[in-house]
Structure formats: C-alpha cells, structure tokens
Design a protein around this ligand. Sequence first.
Ligand code: ATR
Length: 276
Amino acid sequence: MIDAATQVFAVMGNPVNHSLSPVMFNQAFAETGSNGVYVAFQVTAIGDGVSAMRSLGIKGASITIPHKVSILDFLDELDPIAKRIGAVNTVINHEGCLKGYNSDCLGAVRALEEITRLEGKRVAIIGAGGAARAIGSGVKSRRSELTIINRTVSNGEKLAAALEANFIPISELRSLPFDILIHTASVGMTPHIHQSPVPDALLTPDILVMDIVYAPLKTRLLKDAENAGCQTINGLAMFIHQAAFQFELWTQSPAPIAVMKQSLIDALNNPRKNHS
Ligand code: ATR
C-alpha cells in the first residue's frame, strides 16, 4: 500500500529496463512489511540523478553502468571501501547527506564465504574491469593470494599493481594452480552462451569456480567446471548478497534473502513477464 509515508528507492543507470532489481526489492519490502517502493530510472547524467535524490527525498539508490565511477564527484561522503575501490553502486540519503558504498565487494565476499574460507587461499580473477576491482579488493581484504588474469595486458597489469596481485595474460594461461577461480568478464553471457573464458581441459576438481554472469544461470564455464568435478557458485549468489547489503543499509533490518533469491529465479524463468 503506497501512501504519503512511502519511502522511494531506485536503480539509476543506462540502460535499466532489463533490471531485475525492482522485482527483487519490491518483494523484499512486501515480505518484511517495509513501507518502501523501488523503481528503475534511466539516467543519462548522474549529477541530475543525485540532484533528484536530494530534491525528491529519494531514500536510497542502486547505481549501475555507466555511473559507478562518475557518481563519486556528486556525493557528500564515501564509505572507506568504496573510496579504496573508486566505485560506488549504493547510495543512502541521510536527511540530505548522500553517502556512497560499494556492495559488490561485500556481496562477492559473502557469496564466497558461504562456501569457503578465503584466508591464505590462492584466488584468481578473470577480468580487470570495475567488477574485478571490487571483488579483488574484497578478496585481498581476507589476506588471500590474488592473481589477475586478463586479455589486455596493460589493463591487467594496472589492476594487479593497484591490488598488489600477480598478473597472467589470458593468452599465456597453461594451468590453473588456484583454489578459487572467479570470472568477472562478460564471456558466456547471453547470447554468447557457448563461450568460456578458459579451456575446459585446465579445470581440475579441487578448484572452486565462481561466475558473476547470471544470464544464463549456468554458464558454459560453470557447466565445464561441474563436469570437471569442481564446486561452483553461480552469478545469483553475488547479486543477491550485494542487494541484501543494500536492503540492510537502507532499512536497518535483515534482508529476506530466500524471498529475494526466489523472485530473481522467477524473473529469470519468466523473462517476458518481468523483464520488460
Ligand atoms: P565491469 O565494470 O562489469 O567489470 P568492464 O569495466 O567493461 O566491466 O570490464 C570488462 C572486463 O572484461 C575487462 O577486463 C575485459 O578485458 P579487456 O581488459 O581485455 O578489455 C574483460 N572482457 C570483456 N570481454 C571479454 C572477452 N570476450 N574475452 C576476455 N575478456 C573480456
């Protein structure tokens, strides 16, 4: 029931019309009895989006492509993790003071720590973009030994230096001497579902393989990993845990994780009903 006290939350990005966040958060608000509503705003200039948060009293926002870095110039405060990563995907409006966080970092760590400890593990991240930076930062905070694997050497070397990690060009990958392999690029995403970032012959059963791609839920990489006997974590895990962090930040109450997960699975299984 929307009334005069309803708090407004939003995802701001471009494009946003395929975002699964509105379905997930509105079900979470309904489940917990929170008087909130979550909508998608297609925003071209993020400074205008931030002004709208201030003038309309929008309580919180998820920030997505392409605004995660450019929004830093418009916020009043930054959480230290977001500051270190240099990217924000979560904003809370504390009576006009807008503070930015990075929930990708915490979401990835929570998704991994559901399954395993990170301390002392050999972790490899494929990709050197914003997601790799956020996840790598979280992984490093748990004192694991990090290696960046990337297609473009200069991008990979730059991120590896920033995170105090090792670097291997993807073209030179001959084995995977790692405990955990995390894919953060877009290889294998719909419609390129037959592509994988690594040859299946390199996968050995002792590696935990995580893919942040969630369309499809079971990527070629995860299928190959399962066939090789590996434990796997699909792209929903990080997406849900980063959203749970946002929900908790905004509402100060525990996120209904099971309901959020089911709403995403339903939305992915019924794309025409929920995606458009
Ligand atoms: P995000 O912010 O989502 O991480 P991004 O900043 O565009 O996205 O970064 C994408 C990463 O995926 C990059 O590391 C990119 O590799 P390059 O540095 O070589 O560009 C990687 N990537 C994207 N498509 C790829 C592909 N087909 N094969 C290998 N790596 C790919």
